[in-house]
Design a protein around this ligand. Sequence first.
Ligand code: TYM
Length: 354
Amino acid sequence: MNEFKPLVFSGVQPTGNLHLGNYLGAIRKFVALQDTNDCIYCVVDLHSITAQLVHEDLRGQIRSIAAAFIASGVDPQKHIVFNQSAVPQHAELAWIFNCVARIGWMNRMTQFKDKAGKDRENASLGLLAYPSLMAADILVYRATHVPVGDDQKQHLELARDIAQKFNIDFQEKIRATGQGVDMVVGEEPIHGYFPLVEPLIDGPAPRVMSLRDGTKKMSKSDASDLSRINLMDDAETIARKIRKAKTDPDALPSETEGLKGRPEADNLVGIYAALAGSSKADVLREFGGVQFSVFKPALIELAVNVLSPITGEMRRLMEDTTHIDGILRQGGERARDRATKTMKEVRDIIGFLQ
Ligand code: TYM
């Protein structure tokens, strides 16, 4: 093998309602990438028990994420859609990565610091080791490209660090098994087994902000439902939330430079651009000089036009649990085949008897 085969992998946690940030930062990109790539999209249920152990309706949440992927346009026949716990090799590789990664790397993760809060000693060990499982999710398929929102950037850098340390530490053994790929790390040519993943974070809305505060990320855990647009919101609710969205008193600028220091305006323009499949510059060419009283109704119309069909399709899919479960089961089988092959090779490289 002389180079890694391009493969897209990404995951979404089945915790709480999906919102516009998840859609624009991740799921919409999943759909765009599938025409030109081999893709694997995963409902990461093992991750969902790191911050909160017991969930009221975890199965329903898992189904709703799979439904959101499919309703948004992901094709589960051409590509793979499955839930993480159906493929035990994720957890197996995560254990090995726990032994590759250093505690200091994990302690530096801003998401861990945010989620663990002040009482770090009381956070689950799983929450600390979370990025190691995330690296395993991707690398158990030796995936090369990962579409995510900006908040996952640091985790993907860590996935690269883990791959790099594994490749360097096991270099001779990788060569001996003949399963590696010639690659250059820094200046140094090595024979590695895991690719250094490329994050795909670009686009006009890599970080969708709260509708109530343009300096805070739109998030499932925000106490105010007005801060986010949920994928299950009806047209009326979407309209109300956008009407109530915080803005400043000025008209929209004509160029992106003018969005500096105006986080709420920047956010709404970014959302419009991402929903329209255009850029902030294009949106400002059309709406520069316009007041929010005119821009907001246009944004409402666009958001409802894009999101309503997805919401409707999600509802329809979620009523047929047999169908969704069948898709996940089949996807799980296909994913397991690929992951089994990787783990055989990894066990061989490490030197376990098998
Ligand atoms: P999660 O479930 O929190 O979020 C799913 C995806 O949505 C993106 N996202 C956002 N994008 C833009 N603006 C926002 N406000 C916003 N909020 C969330 C996230 O960046 C993510 O892409 N650790 C991951 C799940 C995961 C994963 C993986 C992702 C586990 N293993 C392997 C990629 C590859 C997470 O908690 O995402």
